[in-house]
Design a protein around this ligand. Sequence first.
Ligand code: PFF
Length: 466
Amino acid sequence: MSQDSIAAANVAGASSSATGRGLWSSRWMFFLAATGSAVGLGNIWKFPYITGENGGGAFVLVYLACILVIGIPLLMTEVMIGRRGRANPEGAIATLAKRAGASRHWRKLGTMAVLTGFLILSFYSVVAGWALAYAPAAAMGSFAGLDGESSGALFGAMLGDPWKLIGYGTLVLLLTLGIVGLGVREGLERSLRFMMPGLFVLLLVLVGYATTTGHFGEAVHFLFAADFSKLSAQSVLVALGHAFFTLSLASGAMMVYGSYLPAGTSIARTSLMVALADTGVALLAGLAIFPLVFANGLEPGAGPGLIFVTLPIAFGQMPFGQLVGGLFFIMLAIAALTSAISLSEPTIAWLSEKFAIGRLKAVLLSGITLWLLSLGTVLSFNLWSEFTLFGKTFFDSLDYLTTNLMMPLGGLGTVLFTGWALSRTTVQEALGINHPQLFKLWWLVLRWLTPLGILVVFLHTLGLFG
Ligand code: PFF
């Protein structure tokens, strides 16, 4: 079906099942899926290490402010666009722009979001593969007796082995696309129904274990005691960028998940719950990880190696380390998989709706291209590590391009589209915020504060400001 005929079907008020698309079976399922998308490597791998690098509590506070001012309004906006447009991101924006009499070029924002998700998945799948590789290693006792040097060497050996990285990355892509290929109900819902509760149980078990280390209070203090002297302008920018990444914004995921949301669900309330769950998991991940770091006399500000170099040392020293380490990396793999699923769905929906091809064909086509692109990331850790573009490896360039350029630009475009191209009544009606004062505040934030906030980060990223 072409974009225009989807738009026409929507304008005529046809239900999404009439357009041949799926719908979540309930509001709860949407909540699970969107939380699954939001909770990922960003929460368990990145949040703890950037918090460590940026000094702890004060950074957490700034991050929470970013979630509130930029993350939540944008999340609501994206879910709303998806549900109103009932199509892939490009098709949904096209439909809304057409109804509002706005320029058809706005649809390019949707195309860019699909591309952003696609590019992120090409490297996200490789990093998710590390978690898959570390889970059996932890469970089989490979971390016993590791110290800083040998743990670094173990991680380095994995990164230096292209075949190993290709093998695990391919496994992640096969699992992701296998699930997505089965469709919204049969694939996504069925897998999320057991992966998400599993993820929460594992996280709680790990936090429970962390309370027994005797260093839990130290971790609480580290995460929640705000020392603003440790905060730099750069930290604020890191917090803002992370708010985008952790809530899966500007990459098509929340829009496409919103397009499967049944009518009648309050977008405002559900989005708020997703943001709360995502933030809760990030903080709990910190409370699971830092007590182990402190209990073993390790460094919280170790950077990206916190999970793959520092934690294995702790797992190798502590009681039940094999079990706890195995469970930890299984949890990380599940979290990454549910996010990878949401990163691929926008491309699948876009390909099958825009070019009127079957879902399976779309999965195959994107699978092959993703796999080829992921080789670039794999090789940037070994054979191509010397090959750089603007001083960055292939992996670093893709990460920079998507997280620092495409996400802020796409997010900015999306809030401008909603705040300035759509009418206030359309948005109020679509969001389901019934309280007039509350909506007024939300509208003000969305039109001014959110775009200004994004603009500041973006200009700073380009080095033009601050
Ligand atoms: N939110 C995910 C994480 O924190 O790991 C990453 C992500 C998923 C980003 C889906 C973008 C996206 F569309």
